[in-house]
Design a protein. Structure first.
Length: 145
């Protein structure tokens, strides 16, 4: 029986993705990959999304402290070493096939920072001034009607 796409991810794909994330994080943290770029950067594996057939895994990474083009260099270094990483993950995660790894920068942190900056801007603070206090008072039951 085939799972419909609109039902979301299965527990199995989520579990395998999390196992792959832990395996990759361990390999990168231990410095098992012999690459000049990866040795000088700390790379955080934020998420691994696995295809339903478990043959492809999209790996989202965040190089910590990366400035400018350093993040792109980390992606290139991971792609250069994808064969080793695929083998290391296959040894740690027991699946029928070793998943093909596809590396991407995780931009959720940048997006969250941008939204936070917008919310802290004087224009938004001015618009929210007073409304937040009234909302808190209403939630506490102290609001004036």
């Amino acid at each position: 029986m085939r799972q419909r796409e609109d039902q979301g991810k299965s527990v199995r794909t989520l579990r395998v993705g999390e196992q792959m994330r832990h395996a990759l994080a361990e390999v990168l943290a231990r410095g098992d990959v012999r690459d000049e770029v990866l040795e000088r950067m700390i790379v955080s594996v934020t998420e691994v999304r696995v295809s339903p057939d478990l043959r492809h895994a999209t790996v989202f990474i965040q190089p910590l402290g990366a400035k400018g083009d350093e993040a792109v260099e980390v992606i290139k270094a991971l792609k250069r070493n994808v064969r080793y990483l695929k083998g290391a993950v296959a040894k740690r995660v027991n699946t029928k096939y070793a998943a093909e790894l596809h590396f991407h920068l995780d931009e959720t942190f940048d997006e969250a920072s941008r939204i936070d900056a917008i919310l802290r801007s004087p224009q938004v603070a001015r618009d929210l001034d007073g409304k937040v206090g009234k909302a808190i008072d209403a939630a506490d039951g102290d609001g004036e009607d």
